[in-house]
Design a protein around this ligand. Structure first.
Ligand code: GUN
Length: 287
């Protein structure tokens, strides 16, 4: 069998188009131009690329974009003060602090992220938004897992009643993915580095999500014939070579559908961020 390849750009284009239409409506009906502020501290080259990409996508969709660049020497208090300013700024509907933070303030990441007004928390990382997701009234949901669910919906892949297995239990992907899949009536198992007989578990998956950050870790023998394989991993194995958490070529022989890396899930994240900015703006005006 040869799997259908789920290209991120096709789904990202559809998600962005729907965000663009929502932006138009907010402008026409409420005289509101949604605004996103992205704070980047220091000069991490990968983060700079991601932030530029977010800025460009905002401009494409008519969202106001403010990139706040702060030096690597920024103190925790200076960063908190900046977040307070943006929380109070009516022209800003979404706030995102690009991670990772520089080493000097990294251990304060939680306190820093928790300072963002939950209504402006377009990353969906604030405990209020995590709690809403877990209790079944999602407001702002982390972009990468939310993008994966959108993609499955847009591709017409049924989730209801399916066995889903997630490898990886991060706060950004694995844990929110569990709740999103469960809310869609999948039966979900979360595996991690202490899971025994991992391949036995993953072979039960109709939908397999790889999100543990180990290059080509998921091999063909771990996949059930006809499974849908979603690869959230982005691993740089050489200066110009990115691979996912799945051994793509071998997996594509067994799966019914699979996302590539690069060119897969990564492109959905920015598109979903735009949707979250729109959602945040609506939440703030009660629309
Ligand atoms: N760095 C890598 N991924 C992310 C993300 O989803 N959100 C933020 N804020 N920073 C990131």
């Amino acid at each position: 069998m040869s799997a259908k390849i789920l290209y991120g750009k096709d789904f990202a284009a559809q998600i962005k188009e729907s965000a663009r239409a929502e932006v138009e409506k907010l402008k026409n009906n409420f005289n509101l131009t949604p605004g996103l502020a992205v704070i980047i501290v220091g000069e991490n080259p990968a983060s700079q690329v991601y932030v530029r990409n977010k800025h460009k996508t905002c401009e494409e969709l008519g969202i106001k974009s403010e990139v706040v660049e702060m030096p690597a020497s920024t103190s925790k208090d200076e960063l908190l003060k900046k977040i307070d300013e943006l929380n109070a700024d009516k022209s800003i509907n979404g706030i995102l602090v690009q991670l990772p933070l520089p080493d000097a303030i990294k251990n304060h990441s939680e306190e820093i992220l928790n300072r963002i007004d939950p209504l402006k928390d377009v990353d969906g990382f604030h405990p209020v938004n995590v709690g809403k997701l877990v209790t079944g009234s999602p407001a702002l949901v982390p972009c990468t897992p939310a993008g994966c669910i959108e993609m499955l919906d847009l591709a017409g892949i049924e989730i209801d009643g399916k066995r889903a297995v997630i490898i990886g239990r991060s706060n950004i992907v694995g844990k929110p993915m569990l709740h999103l899949l469960m809310a869609k009536n999948a039966t979900v198992t979360v595996c991690h580095s202490h899971t025994k007989n991992l391949a036995e578990v993953t072979r039960e998956a109709d939908i397999l999500v790889a999100a543990m950050g180990k290059p080509k870790f998921v091999t063909a023998d771990m996949i059930k014939a006809g499974a849908v394989v979603i690869d959230v991993g982005i691993n740089r194995i050489a200066p110009k070579k990115l691979v996912g958490d799945v051994d793509f070529d071998a997996a594509a022989e067994i799966a019914s559908a699979i996302t590539p890396v690069p060119g897969g899930v990564g492109l959905l994240t920015v598109a979903m961020l735009m949707k979250n900015v729109v959602t945040a703006a609506k939440l703030q005006i009660g629309a």
